[in-house]
Design a protein around this ligand. Structure first.
Ligand SMILES: C[S@@+](CC[C@H](N)C(=O)[O-])C[C@H]1O[C@@H](n2cnc3c(N)ncnc32)[C@H](O)[C@@H]1O
Length: 258
């Protein structure tokens, strides 16, 4: 009898959020002008949930924005703190889970950038994240986040192994090659990526990168019943309108209840 492969739980494995590997791969800046404009217009303190190693937090601090960053991965947060300290930037970096964090402060803008909400899988956890956002929004404050626009074509394409999908050198000088293959779990609505890391030519290390998919109309409904009004939904950081060809869903919302 054929044995069913045992499913592991949903999540993201450690090497994906190792700060050095993360920074080597994610050195893009095309979303920064969008965040700078949003944060400047907020005219007040800003909360970044899932700040990671500070890719967005640091440019905001440099621009004089008062940012608090929250993240639950120690190595990412340590890297953000170190970079901010080296430049004498200040900023508050808090280790915490966005499903439960309560900082006892209000912010003019709360944002969850770079698909980070897609690391939240269960409905109850999504509701907890939205409750955290509402608990930290000052009256009239904005809530912004971005997620992928799920694409069937993309998931089919990625169901085959893509060797050498990413190749880069990390800030610490490690040479990294990542192969990728995905399997879409249509019951959980999770794109289950496996990233096989080859670091400095060493033994391959397979890591999970599970991404919850949120369909556009589903997200509209989730926001509505969790007390948010959608002010804008863009299809890119240049604020192009969202449509079925958009890779991203970029939401700007306001809370309609505390
Ligand atoms: C894709 S990275 C984004 C980092 C950074 N904001 C950027 O744009 O480069 C996602 C981050 O979310 C964090 N994260 C995921 N789920 C979280 C949760 N429930 N609470 C706090 N941090 C979380 C991870 O530790 C990781 O640093």
């Amino acid at each position: 009898m054929k044995r069913k492969r045992r499913e592991t739980g949903l999540g993201v494995d450690r090497t994906v959020y190792d700060a050095d590997i993360y920074d080597g791969l994610n050195d893009f800046t095309h979303d920064l002008p969008f965040y700078l404009e949003l944060a400047r217009k907020a005219r007040g303190p800003v909360l970044e949930l899932c700040c990671g190693s500070g890719r967005i937090t640091l440019p905001l601090l440099r621009a004089g924005v008062k940012v608090t960053g929250v993240d639950f991965t120690g190595s990412m947060l340590a890297a953000a703190r170190k970079k901010a300290a080296l430049e004498g930037l200040g900023g508050a970096f808090v280790r915490g889970d966005m499903r439960k964090a309560r900082l006892g402060k209000k912010f003019k803008l709360v944002f969850i950038p770079f698909n980070s909400l897609q690391n939240t899988y269960a409905l109850g956890d999504v509701e907890k994240v939205f409750a955290t956002v509402r608990a930290h929004l000052a009256p009239g404050g904005l809530f912004q986040f971005d997620i992928f626009n799920p694409s069937i074509e993309y998931m089919v394409k990625m169901s085959k192994l893509h060797k050498g999908r990413y190749r880069f050198t990390t800030p610490e000088g490690k040479k990294v090659v990542i192969d990728e293959v995905c399997r879409y779990d249509s019951a959980a609505q999770v794109n289950r990526a496996t990233w096989i890391h080859h670091i400095d030519g060493g033994r391959p290390v397979a890591q999970r990168l599970d991404m919850r998919c949120f369909y556009p109309l589903e997200m509209d409904a989730l926001l509505k019943y969790n007390g948010f009004r959608v002010l804008a939904r863009y299809g890119g950081y240049d604020k192009r309108p969202f449509d079925s060809s958009s890779m991203k869903q970029i939401y700007v919302c306001r809370a309609v209840r505390p």
